[in-house]
Design a protein around this ligand. Structure first.
Ligand SMILES: Cc1ncc(COP(=O)(O)O)c(C=O)c1O
Length: 470
């Protein structure tokens, strides 16, 4: 260890004792976590009734006196582990949920031990450098413009919020208005354009920015949920156009080339919500789906979805670093003063935050370009296998399976709901329900690093079994 900074702090027998009990506790946590992860391949995906009933023990009031940390951990493991949904496992196909790559999980633990407040470079130089490295690698992976700035946030919702705050700054600055100083009262109006199929969290982000959820100009989509380029309205004045890479139901992508070209011709800022779809860029076989996306001005994506790092982890990217910094940076006398180095908190809504870039870096380093592409392409191939297996038995697949999302109808709406309820109760795998263009559908989303082809076959059998029994 580098002791060049001064005094040693290891000088008493008591410290050694504390060290060994902390070590034992952390070993115990690792053992429990490994046992949990081991159980995922065989346990039912849904927690059982007994486990759920036992949760009532958590209603106990705060004890008057503390207890041993090892006992605390044992109690949490005993009560909560069996009551978890096996989202981290290979057969959870609800929402768009990744697992945690072992390397990312382990890095997350190490970063937890570091307990760095990652807001300032000068006080957390190690993680600030690591996060910068992760950002550079991601910008290169997604082939975004090299000058692109980024921020580590909690998820795509806040990534959308962060990038759209930069957009709000830029379009109003061009109109001579300083939105950070003067707010939106009396500001030139901003036209916000988004598709009917925009994700609800994008609308929420716009609402949080004072841009309103209801005043958004909505553009119709085609049958797959792609914004229709021929319906993009004429653009004039401060305008933000919101596009999407990966529709949450169908996985479809907006046609970026014509839309971004038209939007830029009108002087608009183009933002892309690519919560999971942006990862198609990291593959040879799917990258055509995101052709032209790099011409946009900002992008939001998740790492906790398809990069398979632990929650919570999203990324905001903005081509114009100045706009992002103008929207996010703060200054105060007690904080380190601006210097030449990049301060992470100049690019995120949060000042204090955990160093979530650590596990992102670990995932990128461990997988490499080839490993990332393999994971994404494998999940998409598995989605196609689900679609083929279900349609071979006569069930209707409602979307073109271009990515990792499959929508299946088992007949009328009520029957589809009954089949999904039966499947969920069976516990082999878990899929959710959605309504796609008026039709109730089972929604399969494949985005876990550990999903093997045998998991897909086992789950397909469970789906067919559920459908046959209803
Ligand atoms: C397209 C899209 N945007 C945004 C989000 C919100 O992401 P998060 O839950 O990470 O905030 C999702 C979540 O599924 C999504 O699919």
């Amino acid at each position: 260890m580098d002791t060049s900074t001064g005094a040693s702090i290891r000088n008493s027998g008591e410290t050694a004792e504390e060290d060994s009990s902390t070590r034992a506790l952390l070993h115990d946590a690792a053992e429990r976590a490994a046992n949990y992860l081991n159980s995922l391949a065989t346990r039912p995906v849904v927690p059982g009734a007994v486990a759920l009933a036992a949760l009532q023990r958590l209603d106990a009031p705060l004890p008057a006196h503390g207890s041993d940390a090892m006992q605390t951990l044992a109690l949490i493991d005993e009560l909560v582990s069996p009551a978890t949904m096996a989202m981290a496992g290979p057969r959870f196909f609800g929402f768009v949920i990744g697992g945690s790559l072992p390397a990312a999980l382990a890095a997350n633990w190490l970063a937890g031990a570091w307990d760095q407040n990652a807001g300032y470079n000068s006080v957390t130089p190690g993680v600030a450098r690591l996060e910068q490295s992760a950002l550079r690698r991601l910008v290169a992976l997604f082939e975004l413009p090299p000058e692109t700035a980024g921020g580590f946030v909690t998820g795509a919702t806040v990534a959308n919020f962060t990038a759209l705050a930069a957009a709000r700054h830029a379009v109003l600055a061009r109109a001579g208005w300083d939105v950070e100083a003067d707010g939106l009262f009396g500001a030139p109006p901003i036209t916000v354009i988004a598709a009917d199929e925009a994700h609800p969290t994008l609308l929420k982000s716009l609402g949080m920015l004072g841009l309103g959820r209801a005043r958004i100009v909505r553009v119709p989509d085609d049958a797959q949920g792609r914004m229709r380029a021929d319906e993009l309205p004429q653009i004039a004045g401060p305008t933000i156009v919101c596009l999407q890479a990966g529709n949450v139901n169908t996985g479809a992508f907006d046609p970026f080339v014509p839309l971004i070209e038209q939007a830029h011709r009108g002087g608009a800022w183009v933002h892309v919500d690519g919560a999971f779809g942006l990862w198609a860029k990291a593959t040879a076989s799917l990258r055509h789906l995101v052709e032209g996306v790099e011409a946009a001005d900002s992008w939001a994506t998740d790492a906790h979805k398809w990069l398979n790092v632990p929650y919570d982890s999203g990324l905001a990217f903005v081509r114009d670093a100045h706009a992002l910094k103008a929207a996010m940076a703060i200054n105060a006398d007690y904080l380190p003063q601006p210097g030449a180095e990049r301060n992470p908190s100049d690019f995120t809504p949060e000042l204090s935050r955990r160093a979530r870039g650590v596990e992102i870096w670990a995932a990128l380093q461990t997988l490499g370009r080839a490993g990332i592409a393999e994971m994404i392409e494998r999940n998409c191939r598995q989605a196609r296998r689900f679609a083929a297996g279900l349609s071979a038995k006569g069930y209707a697949v409602l979307n073109d399976v271009v990515l990792n999302q499959v929508l299946v109808s088992f007949g009328d709406d009520a029957r589809t709901r009954r089949v999904v309820a039966r499947l969920q109760a069976d516990g082999t795998c878990w899929c959710g329900i959605t309504v796609w263009q008026g039709h109730t559908a089972m929604r399969i989303s494949v985005s876990n690093w550990s999903t093997g082809d045998h998991d897909v076959e086992q789950s397909l059998e469970a789906m067919l079994r559920a459908a046959a029994s209803v």
